[in-house]
Design a protein around this ligand. Sequence first.
Ligand SMILES: [Zn+2]
Length: 151
Amino acid sequence: MSESFQPQTFGGNRTHRRRPLWTAMARGAAGRCPNCARGPLFARFSKSVEHCAVCDEAIHHHRADDLPAYLNVFIVGHVVIAGFVIVERVTQWSSFAHLALWLPLTIAMSLMLLQPIKGAVIGLQWANFMHGFGGEEDAVADPDIDPASHG
Ligand SMILES: [Zn+2]
């Protein structure tokens, strides 16, 4: 009838051992190397290191792109909007009082969550051997970048 289900793998081959997804994401969220959990994951606020300083695991492969920002907006938006609606229902605050609370809270939460979210995304990509974390380079996906793929 149909072929048996094969789990999707990234990184080109199936020879490498499994990597623990949730452990890698937790290590990344804590700002640590997803492989050894000892080396720092970030060189600057949102700039990851090229290689782990402790185990030399290559970190530069990750392509978190906009995903951490989208997740950040999703989480902060739900917390702030739900908080605003609840406070609006139970208090008689002025618009200025709401602004004085929710605007700084939005900025503070966004800044505090960006690095942990990005670290968790890097851990997710590392655990799934995505984007070269499997020891091989990704194939060029954009035909405009690779002229050889034009028939
Ligand atoms: Zn490491």
